[in-house]
Design a protein. Structure first.
Length: 288
């Protein structure tokens, strides 16, 4: 199964989003570092996790751990709420105390709500419905309530989320290899997130993760479906899109803030990748 790395367009200051998809929205195999929660609000949603297809029935929930390959098949007459958030919203070392890490909680916990205790199912449904209503209504103080609901969900999971039935699966060589791969990729992502406004070379990143440039090139393409340059360009374009939609500043500042060496380069790359100029994109976003 071939898959690709998805880079959700999240607010870099508040990395969370919620949206509604209908059952005919097909999503090809992919993975990302964000936690994803699927709530079937109507009908049956067919979700593929690795090589297994799960039918999430109306009112049921599926939690997809970071780095977990997944996809969505056509599911006529259905709708699903989708919630994505980065774990850095929560300072794990400060919040969890002696508890297992947030990564471990969702990696080892039962993902499908059908096997959860009734209390956890009901409470999670309430929290997710309120999260989506916040997205629709956009009340003042929305982000505080979002954080509150996500924190409550995590707290409920620490207290009541059962472990996966196949505990041994987390110890297989394949799983161990995938964990090592994800840790190395996450190091690359964090490196880019902290330095994308600077000049970044493949050689520098390869050295940072302990690979030769040749091996890093193969490793990155195999596990993301993109070359490193393609990924970096897409990351910067996504940052530029966010800035263009949120701020009215000169294009030279947009280029600098998103990591491009010049306005000319920024304009050329943006138009080539997006299909319209940065200014046209900004007008389209601010007028909608």
């Amino acid at each position: 199964m071939s898959m690709y790395l998805e880079i959700p367009q999240l607010n870099p200051q508040f990395p969370y989003r919620a949206f509604l998809n209908d059952g005919m929205t097909i999503v090809y195999p992919h993975w990302h570092k964000e936690i994803e929660i699927i709530y079937a609000s109507r009908g049956e949603v067919k979700v593929g996790i690795n090589d297994t297809v799960i039918e999430v029935c109306e009112g049921e929930i599926l939690v997809i751990a970071n780095g977990e390959p997944h996809y969505f098949l056509a599911s006529p007459n259905s709708e699903r709420y989708v919630f994505q958030f980065e774990m850095r919203l929560f300072d794990e070392s400060f919040l969890r105390g002696s508890e297992e890490s947030l990564v471990g909680l969702f990696a080892k916990g039962e993902a499908y709500s059908r096997y959860w205790p009734d209390h956890l199912q009901q409470k999670t449904r309430e929290l997710l419905v309120e999260l989506y209503e916040l997205e629709v209504e956009q009340p003042k103080g929305k982000n505080y309530v979002v954080l509150s609901n996500l924190a409550r969900f995590i707290g409920e999971c620490y207290a009541h989320l059962p472990k996966k039935a196949e505990e041994h699966s987390s110890q297989t060589p394949t799983a161990i290899h995938r964990k090592d791969t994800l840790e190395r990729l996450n190091s690359v992502f964090e490196y880019i997130e902290s330095r994308y406004q600077e000049s970044i070379t493949l050689d520098e990143v390869a050295k940072f993760v302990g690979f030769s440039p040749y091996y890093f090139t193969r490793f990155f393409k195999k596990n993301t479906g993109q070359t490193f340059v393609q990924f970096l360009t897409e990351y910067r374009i996504n940052r530029a899109k966010f800035i263009l939609a949120q701020e009215e500043i000169p294009m030279i500042e947009v280029a600098e803030k998103s990591g491009f060496s010049s306005v000319k380069t920024f304009h050329h790359v943006f138009k080539e990748e997006v299909g319209i100029s940065p200014l046209q994109y900004q007008k389209k976003m601010t007028s909608s």
